[in-house]
Ligand binder design. Structure first.
Ligand code: NDP
Ligand code: BG6
Length: 513
């Protein structure tokens, strides 16, 4: 029906305890968590945040005492907010009973406050309403900034002054984009830190909340068979691939300001790369993991223009249906050269990864929707079976694929003897397909991240020094692309993207998976 499925899951063994203060001490009257979605009338709030909150409620993962507030400029009553939210809530696929009861119970806890983003009045009024709900309990407050980035600081200024919790914690989840380059990102960080401590800021990259991305470290650090191979000695190249089979429909105005490198590569793909390539952290504590990620990012070479290919989709007709060009979007300025596709080769100059190309590819309006990590291993030296392998030896290497979405899976391509009296080898897969192995539905990334923010778990959020290091890799090339007005290679909507991406990979002796 086109509506997002609620994909809740009790993925936590321990339900968060609403009766604890910041230092973990039990409170007499219990604690309450108020979650205020700023920008509640917007796309992300409707599509992801409210459904994720409902999913957590459904699975009893929210504290006993919680309240959800929507805040935006649009005029709405509590009832209208509830109606709006209810349109995007659906029951789980396994259709347990009492779903509509649960929805009703959830919606009763949802309220709305209209106000300007830079006005202390609006947030004071919100504060007054929050206090009513929190009466007698330790008040903890979470603000989710689901708004355009140019008003982040206004909201943080007003909300931190007038609507911070008096005795519990106050946290702000901030959505990307975190600036457009090193300078603007640094400026944003400094402005936020005028009003908040770093511990209060939860910079979200929802790819870190995806199941397969979380599993990356488990796969590597708790299976002996992988970690010893995880280096330049055995890995030939690593590919990080993001593709969508639809264009920027509806978000062209936002997108044109950023482009695919800022929208996907500098954050989602780079975060995956950092987790993939980091050294073993001292522990699973957030700071230990983030310290290792920062080290990887700081060891990376700044991306060079020669190592980037950019593209933009053009209109296309197929089977009697026509697909629009990027520049056909009325919110996109005509003649825009903003890339909707990019491929890049990046390098980590440290002992583990010296010389290994990490190839990234991200594009909109391609032939398929997928996000994958592909690890191609080196050739077996002196392979005894080289004559029995049909393909050339470079193709017959092992490949480990983590399919982040859709149809989450981990599979390993191996050379295997084709059964029979002869000795012929083919490439087969050891395949862990999640839908076959695990019956439980996979929670949406936003569920995990919202729960983490409520628990004060920062492992999956971006620290400011990580952000600085990430921008340092991309800022010079972004500037060069813009100053030189590099024209993107046009590719038809629904195609595999520009051929330039293949030449780039070929420079490093790589074939895209
Ligand atoms: P929207 O453009 O839908 O904006 C959210 C709300 O902010 C609107 O409903 C509107 O509320 C208010 N708003 C919009 N434009 C302005 C403006 N120029 N000045 C003041 N208020 C404005 O954004 P999304 O919901 O799509 O995204 C929210 C944030 O999340 C953004 O930072 C975006 O980059 C990020 N994001 C979004 C994703 C998505 O899929 N949508 C995915 C990943 C990140 P009102 O008029 O009622 O005040
Ligand atoms: C967002 C980007 O961060 O991620 C969008 O701004 C993109 O352009 C989206 O469509 C993809 O997220 P997902 O979870 O649907 O793969």
């Amino acid at each position: 029906n086109g509506r997002p499925q609620i994909s809740a899951s009790s993925f936590r063994d321990v339900v968060i305890d609403g009766r604890q203060s910041e230092d973990g001490a039990p409170e007499q009257g219990g604690a309450t968590v108020s979650i205020t979605v700023v920008g509640a009338s917007g796309d992300l709030a409707k599509k992801k945040i409210f459904p994720a909150l409902f999913a957590l409620f459904y699975e009893d993962c929210l504290p006993e005492h919680f309240t959800v507030f929507g805040y935006a400029r649009s005029k709405m009553s509590d009832e209208e907010l509830r109606n709006m939210i209810s349109l995007t809530l659906t029951c789980r696929i396994d259709q347990r009973e009492n779903c509509s009861d649960k929805m009703e119970q959830f919606l009763k806890r949802c309220f709305y406050q209209s106000g300007q983003y830079n006005s202390e009045e609006g947030f004071s009024e919100l504060d007054r309403k929050l206090r009513e709900k929190e009466a007698g309990k330790l008040p903890n407050r979470l603000f989710y900034l689901s708004i355009p980035p140019n008003i982040f600081v206004d909201v943080v200024r007003s909300a931190s002054r007038t609507a911070s919790s008096s005795s519990g914690w106050t946290r702000f989840i901030v959505e990307k984009p975190f600036g457009r380059d090193s300078e603007s990102s640094g400026e944003l960080t400094r402005s936020l830190k005028k009003y908040l401590d770093e511990e209060q800021i939860f910079r979200i990259d929802h790819y870190l909340g995806k199941e397969l991305v979380e599993n990356l470290s488990v796969l590597r650090f708790s299976n002996l068979v992988f970690e010893p191979l995880w280096s330049r000695n055995y890995i030939r190249n690593v590919q990080l691939i993001f593709s969508e089979d639809f264009g920027t429909e509806g978000r062209g105005g936002y997108f044109d300001n950023y482009g695919i490198i800022r929208d996907i590569m500098q954050n989602h793909l780079l975060q995956i790369l950092a987790l993939f390539a980091m050294e073993t952290p001292v522990s699973l504590a957030a700071e230990d993991i983030r310290n290792e990620k920062v080290k990887v990012l700081r060891s990376m070479r700044k991306l060079r223009l020669d190592d980037v290919v950019v593209g933009q989709y053009k209109g296309h007709s197929k089977g009697g249906k026509s697909y629009p060009a990027y520049v056909d979007d009325p919110t996109v300025p005509s003649g825009s050269i903003t890339p909707t596709f990019a491929a890049a080769a990046v390098f980590i100059d440290n002992a583990r990864w010296d010389g290994v190309p990490f190839l990234m590819k991200a594009g909109k309006a391609l032939h398929t929707r997928r996000a994958e990590i592909r690890v191609q291993f080196r050739r077996v030296p002196g392979n005894l079976y080289r004559r029995n392998i049909g393909a050339d030896l470079d193709k017959a290497t092992n490949e480990l694929v983590l399919r982040v979405q859709p149809d989450e899976a981990i599979y390993l391509k191996i050379n295997n003897k084709v059964p029979g009296l002869g000795m012929r080898l083919d490439s087969s897969e050891l395949n862990l397909l999640y839908s076959e192995r695990y019956r439980r539905e996979i929670p949406d990334a936003y569920e995990r991240l919202l729960l983490d923010a409520m628990e004060g778990e920062r492992r999956l959020f971006i620290r400011s020094d990580e952000l600085d290091a990430a921008w340092a890799i991309f800022t010079p090339v972004l500037r060069e692309l813009e100053e030189r007005r590099v024209a993107p290679e046009l590719y038809p909507y629904g195609s595999r993207g520009p051929v330039g991406a293949h030449y780039l990979a070929a420079n490093y002796n790589v074939r895209w998976g």
